[in-house]
Design a protein around this ligand. Sequence first.
Ligand SMILES: [Zn+2]
Length: 403
Amino acid sequence: MRYFILFFWLFLIFSQSNLSYTYLKDSVFPLLIKNPDKSPVKFNEQSIIVDWGKTKRILSIKLIDQIQKNISLLSGKEKLEYLKGYFFQNTPFQKNPFQPKYRRPLVLIDPGHTACNFREAVYEKKYLSIHTHDPLLQNEDTIRFYEAYYTGLTAYILENLLRTEGIQVMLTRNPSGGSAFGVCYEEFLKNREYFEKKFRYAFPKKNSKKWNDPHAYSREIFRDADLRQRKHILENTDPDIVVSIHYNVDENNKPWISSVNKNYSMAFIPGAYDSIPHNDTSKFLNFISLLLSNVIPDSKKLCHHWINFLQQNIRVMPAHGGEADYLKNECLPTNTRGVFARNLAMTNALPCVVLYGEGFLMDSAEEIQRAKQTMKFQGKDIPISVYQTALAYYRAIMEYLKK
Ligand SMILES: [Zn+2]
């Protein structure tokens, strides 16, 4: 099986064909920026006009084709490096700027949130506490659970399934709980000064000292710092695919003390920028790289598989786009129901294939009932729906690598 996957992966990367000008214009570009007037590029008469601060270029179809060919075999980091040379260091157009990597596919799994226990989940405000006698559940006891536990379990299962196929796997955090800094939140707090110094690039705010309350520090400082560290890990890992694992709640059900009678899934791919400020070169390079590479169509493909398998495995339907305000205000819909472009820390950090999944609604009455049905996975008790969600990620990745 290992050789089978390696063979298909090599076939996949070497058989990448260039995307047509029309496809870039009509299918990729509309997912990249919310307001086309703020775009650093314009499509005009079979060319792309780059007009961003002092950077002005006209990319003819021939040149677009050549750039696509040059970057198609490169990793995310190499794509950025190549385009940086081309746009900012006037490196003349080169063929084969890097040696393509003959390596097994590398998947970075990013389990959302950090809590190691329910107390920590309360600090990060990513928990549910359904009161007794819920109208839909008729429960005698309060039902408590938290997202970081579910995302960690999913990551643990997915990691194991992928490794048996010979796929290289790395994680942004320990699936048993903890932050991207390698420790649980409470442990971090005990040595806060030490960790802030050790990971100083993740703590740019000088005023972090004023946040002494562990609740406020968690949400005002720690959450963003942890995300910066995840981005840092992503950039250094330079994977072929990043899978960010999350579970959702109904945004109108705050503070999540009762259940809801609905359920849906959604997946996010890169794109949906607001604007590209003239001093943010890395954002510009990421934008251009997304425009000219296969990252957007490939992410769409991978997410499409996941949404489909999720529907088959646990019958959760994909969101239309009207279910939440952020889908209308922050996202751009793709032609696959449930798949949206969204500008998040983990979607737009590096031009590699992204599946950012929101499996199901944790406050859905149906899911809370279903979570009682468990199964054993390597000696651990796992809710069947969480196992099935992990299986959907696994099957989507395997399907994607085959094509
Ligand atoms: Zn989440």
